[in-house]
Design a protein around this ligand. Structure first.
Ligand SMILES: [Zn+2]
Length: 69
């Protein structure tokens, strides 16, 4: 059995941020962690986002959403 340690660590690190339920379809099946995105400082100030958001994909409708960390 082989495990990708980096992937496992990342999943655990962001597990508590998991959005739920899906804002698009209302599904309760959960989300798959896609990765995290870091916004440029200029955009953070202008749009009030981030600076780091996590990306999630709904298992029901494949919608990708972002969650502020
Ligand atoms: Zn959905």
């Amino acid at each position: 059995m082989t495990l990708d340690k980096d992937t496992v660590d990342q999943q655990q690190q962001h597990a508590h941020l998991k959005p739920h339920p899906c804002p698009t379809c209302g599904g309760q099946s959960g989300f798959d962690f896609l990765g995290e995105q870091r916004w440029p400082e200029r955009l953070v100030e202008k749009m009030g986002v981030g600076p780091v958001v996590t990306l999630w994909r709904c298992r029901d409708c494949d919608t990708t959403i972002t969650v502020d960390t």
